[in-house]
Design a binder for this molecule. Structure first.
Ligand code: ATP
Ligand code: MG
Length: 445
């Protein structure tokens, strides 16, 4: 993409309505525009990152054997009356009446709808296990939408639902989700710690929230510092193996890590004092096992091996896809702007032309642009006729992890400058070598 042709409405002033750094930076970098409280338009740069995050979530769900689909945003109230949640959900649910006077709602989550799909299309235990998921917009009429996309009213969520014959099978689905989430967040450059949590209105026995540590997080968290040394990395886990998933669960959940809702001071005090941490965290996902709560209420049974109907064991598993943008920025920025992890960056590399209009500099930039494009990478080329300082400030603000600076002086010696946004370190090298170096970084992700 050439910046002269792109739509990147960066703001010079710091927007006064934004209280936290990720919200400020998303506005300043031209990623989002509020359309009403807690509802945002995703401008091209923000949309690109949102799509990248979505893609990682999809890939990791499919890797775990979960099946993508799509349910609508608008739901009939009937199913919610059946489950008993139509009244229980309260004013967070946006209720709508259509022209036929039917009660509708903008879905805050999809347990009822997926249970209805299941009961109408699955009749035998032979079709289990089954985990279906979608990535779809949700609406919750939050009392206090704030912090930009972190607590929106309309937000994008991945929500997955498992259907299993037995509790053991459903707990395996739970563990599988936990493993897939660890991999998902790490690919985004995030450390998200699974913490024992409270099940809230979804109801259920087993639940973990995934929290990214950040001072601006809304949850107070208590944990054993050892937990932050754990890395999932690129481990290839056999998701069908009960033992393999169980082992990961034990590794990542055996140390003390809880939100304030489930915090137990006595247990916490058993952690050696120098390892006890009290901090704040951003909830970027949550997994639940809730047994037969919905299948009982909505009569979702399958024919078991003995021919008798059995209520299926279920769980639901969410990732806050749009909230993740805010969480990633909270975890990765400096005073100049965003620092995107390579896994989610909107463009792979920025090209800054120090002297647009200079024939040699223009040609060198075009050649770099072509080389990256041919390699399947997306450069953002600042070809505008602007001062170098302004170009650097824009690149730093929007946070591309790598920048190549091209100017007539360097070109005389056959070199360009490659700069890491994270460390600020630069090196001078021939253009082909700069391309090869950047390409190798992305190839190794
Ligand atoms: P919270 O406690 O933050 O209100 P929740 O526990 O009600 O969230 P879940 O039902 O677990 O949310 O939804 C799954 C994920 O969706 C959450 O872990 C969070 O990342 C994201 N999410 C929930 N509410 C919002 C919101 N208002 N804006 C953006 N993302 C949200
Ligand atoms: Mg939650």
């Amino acid at each position: 993409m050439r910046l002269s042709r792109y739509f990147l409405p960066v703001l010079k002033e710091t927007p006064s309505e934004a209280q936290i750094v990720s919200h400020r930076l998303m506005l300043r970098a031209g990623m989002i525009k509020q359309s009403s409280a807690g509802i945002y338009s995703w401008l091209p740069l923000g949309f690109k990152v949102l799509k990248n995050i979505e893609k990682i979530v999809h890939e990791e769900q499919v890797r775990a054997g979960h099946i993508p689909m799509l349910m609508p945003t608008l739901q009939s109230a009937d199913l919610w009356k059946e489950s008993g949640r139509y009244d229980a959900y309260g004013p967070e649910m946006l209720r709508i009446r259509d022209r036929q006077d039917r009660d509708m709602l903008y879905g805050p989550t999809n347990e009822e709808m997926i249970t209805d799909i299941f009961r109408s299309r699955v009749s035998s235990y032979k079709d289990l296990p089954l985990t279906l998921y979608h990535i779809q917009w949700k609406f919750r009429d939050e009392i206090r939408p704030r912090f930009g996309v972190m607590r929106g009213r309309e937000f994008l969520m991945k929500d997955g639902y498992n259907f299993d014959l037995t509790k053991e099978d459903a707990l395996h689905a739970y563990n599988r989700h936990l493993v897939s989430y660890l991999r998902t967040y790490e690919r985004m450059g995030l450390q998200a710690i699974p913490m024992r949590a409270d099940s809230g209105p979804i109801g259920g026995d087993d639940t973990h929230e995934f929290l990214v540590l950040a001072d601006t997080g809304e949850s107070e968290v208590f944990y054993d510092a050892e937990i932050t040394d754990l890395k999932f990395g690129k481990r290839e886990i056999d998701y069908d193996s009960v033992e393999a998933c169980q082992a990961v669960l034990e590794e990542f959940t055996s140390r003390y890590a809880r939100t304030d809702e489930t915090h137990d001071e006595a247990l916490f005090n058993e952690v050696p004092e120098e390892r006890r941490r009290v901090a704040r965290g951003i909830e970027v996902g949550q997994i639940f096992y809730f047994g037969t709560k919905y299948s009982d209420a909505m009569n979702a049974t399958v024919q078991g091996p003995d021919g008798k109907p059995v209520a299926v064991h279920m769980g639901s598993h969410g990732i806050g896809v749009s909230r993740l943008l805010g969480a990633i920025i909270e975890a990765s920025h400096d005073d100049k702007g965003i620092i995107w992890p390579e896994g989610v960056t909107p463009f792979h590399v920025g090209i800054v032309n120090l002297k647009s209009g200079d024939a040699e500099a223009d040609a060198a930039c075009e050649a770099l642009y072509d080389s990256f494009t041919k390699l399947g990478l997306e450069p953002l080329y600042d070809d505008r006729n602007e001062r170098a300082g302004g170009k650097f400030a824009t690149m730093d603000l929007i946070g591309l992890p790598w920048r190549i600076t091209v100017g007539p002086r360097g070109l005389k010696n056959g070199i360009v400058e490659l700069t890491s946004r994270r460390t600020g370190e630069s090196e001078e090298l021939p253009p082909e070598e700069a391309v090869a170096k950047v390409a190798a970084i992305y190839a190794n992700l």
